[in-house]
Design a protein around this ligand. Structure first.
Ligand SMILES: [Mn+2]
Length: 287
């Protein structure tokens, strides 16, 4: 072994290739925020999440899963593009390729638009979204496909087996109406219910299905995750989010993304939460 093998790492790459295992989870980053309309900068999130990931505990007592012993591959980041069309084609193709290899894509955004592309590679899976917003506008800031419209385009073109939005609290009147018309299931942030009751409600809505999970970090209250593209007060606490995600044990997780972290506005707390969500979802996917 050379000194460089001994002491140098390829951090923030989070590959953890164990010799006797083939990777089940494949991480890749999408440093794309070209349609951001408020606080752009989510293009810097994939590496910020990786940096934080390397500094959080990754043993999950609830599941007895230790990520140090789970084979994870990190494929790096999508090449830079300013074109939403190019990003969509690349994300969809890469996600499809990973699915064909029976791997669980773990996608680090970037803005939420990428879910339009990654979900297209998840035929038959329920779409479980954590988001303050509905992202159901027909157009926004002169764009038909953007972080604010991706779910509308997806429902028009892909029609998921089921779309569930957890933590939604901010949308136009037209978006709420559209959601009702298209039977999007919405579970707002917990109000007067206990966390236990809230988790029960989520579990009974989600069931034990094959799911694709999309976590927009703004589902959490800005007090806990201030560094997002479009902060929205009145959200989940970080503990509520982690508890709800933990309760997804039993679902078949086909893939997931974590989007909208804007590290320039971060003291470190938001990236750390994103990293914890990444670790938890990898643990769920590896069981
Ligand atoms: Mn959002």
């Amino acid at each position: 072994m050379s000194y460089s093998d001994l002491w140098l790492t390829s951090a923030p790459n989070i590959s953890n290739i164990l010799k006797d295992q083939t990777p089940k989870v494949s991480v890749f980053g999408v440093p794309f925020d070209a349609t951001s309309t408020y606080r752009s900068g989510s293009r810097f999130a994939p590496n910020a999440i990786r940096d934080a990931f390397l500094n959080v505990e990754v043993y999950f007592r609830e599941f007895d899963v230790d990520l140090e012993k789970v084979c994870i591959e990190d494929l790096g980041n999508l090449k830079q593009t300013g074109s939403v069309q190019s990003m969509v084609v690349a994300v969809q193709r890469v996600t499809e390729e990973l699915r064909q290899m029976n791997k669980v894509p773990a996608i680090l955004g970037g803005e939420h638009t990428l879910t339009y592309a990654s979900y297209a590679a998840m035929k038959g899976a329920s779409l479980l979204i954590f988001d303050a917003h509905l992202d159901l506008r027909d157009e926004f800031a002169d764009l038909r496909l953007s972080h604010a419209t991706y779910l509308r385009r997806l429902l028009e073109e892909e029609a998921p087996a089921e779309a569930i939005v957890i933590g939604a609290r901010a949308a136009s009147k037209e978006e709420w109406k559209y959601a009702e018309r298209r039977k999007v299931k919405i579970i707002p942030p917990p109000q007067d219910t206990s966390l236990e009751e809230y988790v029960k409600e989520v579990k009974s809505t989600v069931g034990q299905k094959s799911v694709y999970v999309s976590v927009d970090l703004d589902v959490v209250d800005p007090a806990y995750a201030p560094a997002v593209g479009n902060p929205e007060p009145g959200g989940l606490t970080s503990r509520e989010l982690l508890t709800v995600l933990t309760a997804l044990k039993g679902c078949r997780l086909l893939g997931f993304d974590i989007v909208e972290l804007a590290p320039i506005a971060d003291s470190g707390s938001s990236a750390t939460l994103a990293a914890k969500v990444l670790a938890l979802l990898i643990a769920l996917a590896s069981m």
